[in-house]
Design a protein around this ligand. Structure first.
Ligand SMILES: Nc1ncnc2c1ncn2[C@@H]1O[C@H](COP(=O)(O)OP(=O)(O)OP(=O)(O)O)[C@@H](O)[C@H]1O
Ligand SMILES: [Mg+2]
Length: 328
């Protein structure tokens, strides 16, 4: 069974193909077109994103099919993100996939973007619930308990900024460029993680929340006081990773989970991966290229829906900008 997945929730046009044979999904291709147009604005311009998705989607689909060595008519199942995300951007991939499903007379699965991020970690390993899933991306820092496949309970989330957003903002104030995550990681290798004394957010809390806006303010003050970009990057990265790790491990102990999935753009961070390797939990990360937004993760979530025997989505389903995966 061949599954084509599309994600156009933000500024990446992502298309991936996954083959499902005997319960084990295999990624055949994963093509991502990252829009450059936003860099001059310092943030994503929603209307420009929609328009560029419209221009690129055909080419990215053709490229992903060619890379997998298949044609569109060989695709058995279509899947696309229906939320959350930028409404105009979401519509492009969603309508494309629904149109193809209609034309080819194939089932269509609407996928939640965060479920896609979580399933990105399911490609290289047998990922069986129950587990805890930490989604750390540009828009989310959410910890979910997953007792059964397709069931999500929110354990904790950020009170303010997302972790990726904080990496981006600290990189910007340190003059390290965009996107900030990779820039911080690179600069941190030449800096001293103990140079700037950040205090860990929400110390002593009983719950499992996160907070990054205080670190951002502390970083600004340290920068004004003369901290070098490298020391700032190393110290910020260290405290951000420590906070994510400690809260996740505490939540896992509290809920009796021994398996943790860490996904989303920030899960690409090497220091974070090293730190989580010492957590004592069985920890799964997406493979390279599947941490930030992509189409293969949507195809993987579609494959999971097929395996679980979930009914296909009605073609009347629309895009939804605000779409919680689970509530507290
Ligand atoms: N190596 C890295 N270290 C830390 N952060 C990183 C790294 N690589 C990418 N990021 C961060 O990941 C974020 C982008 O991730 P992703 O594409 O998953 O987010 P998004 O799709 O914008 O948000 P969401 O999925 O919440 O809608 C950016 O904030 C970026 O700085
Ligand atoms: Mg994302």
């Amino acid at each position: 069974m061949l599954i084509l997945g599309i994600d156009t929730s933000c500024d990446d046009t992502g298309v991936g193909l996954v083959r499902l044979e005997g319960g084990r999904p295999e990624i055949l291709s994963n093509l991502i077109w990252t829009q450059e147009v936003h860099s001059r604005y310092g943030g994503v311009m929603p209307e420009l994103a929609s328009r560029e998705h419209v221009e690129r989607i055909d080419g990215v689909v053709s490229g992903a099919l060619a890379a997998a060595g298949v044609t569109l008519s060989q695709v058995d199942v279509l899947a696309a993100t229906h939320g959350p995300g930028l409404i105009g951007a979401l519509l492009v991939g969603l309508m494309y996939a629904k149109g193809a499903a209609q034309a080819l007379d194939r089932p269509f699965y609407a996928v939640h973007h965060l479920e896609g991020h979580i399933y990105a970690a399911a490609s290289e390993a047998e990922l069986e619930p129950p587990y805890l899933a930490l989604v750390v991306s540009g828009g989310h820092t959410h910890l979910f308990d997953v007792p059964r496949a397709g069931e999500y309970r929110l354990v904790g989330a950020t009170r303010d900024d997302a972790a990726g957003e904080a990496f981006d903002k600290v990189a910007r104030l340190a003059g390290l460029g965009f996107p900030g995550g990779p820039a911080i990681a690179e600069a941190a290798r030449r800096g001293n993680p103990n140079a700037v004394a950040f205090s860990e957010p929400l110390q002593g809390q009983k719950g499992f929340e996160f907070s990054f806006s205080g670190l951002k303010t502390a970083a600004l003050l340290a920068s004004k006081a003369g901290a070098t970009p490298e020391d700032l990057a190393a110290s910020f990265q260290a405290v951000a990773v420590r906070s994510l790790l400690k809260t996740s491990v505490r939540a896992a102990r509290h809920l009796g989970r021994d398996t943790l999935v860490v996904s989303g753009g920030v899960a690409a961070n090497a220091a974070l991966r090293e730190a989580f390797a010492t957590s004592g939990l069985r920890t799964y990360f997406p493979p390279p290229g599947l941490n930030t937004d992509n189409g293969a993760m949507i195809a993987l979530a579609g494959a999971a829906a097929v395996l679980a025997g979930r009914p296909a989505s009605p073609l009347s389903i629309g895009a939804t900008a605000y779409l919680p995966l689970a509530s507290l």
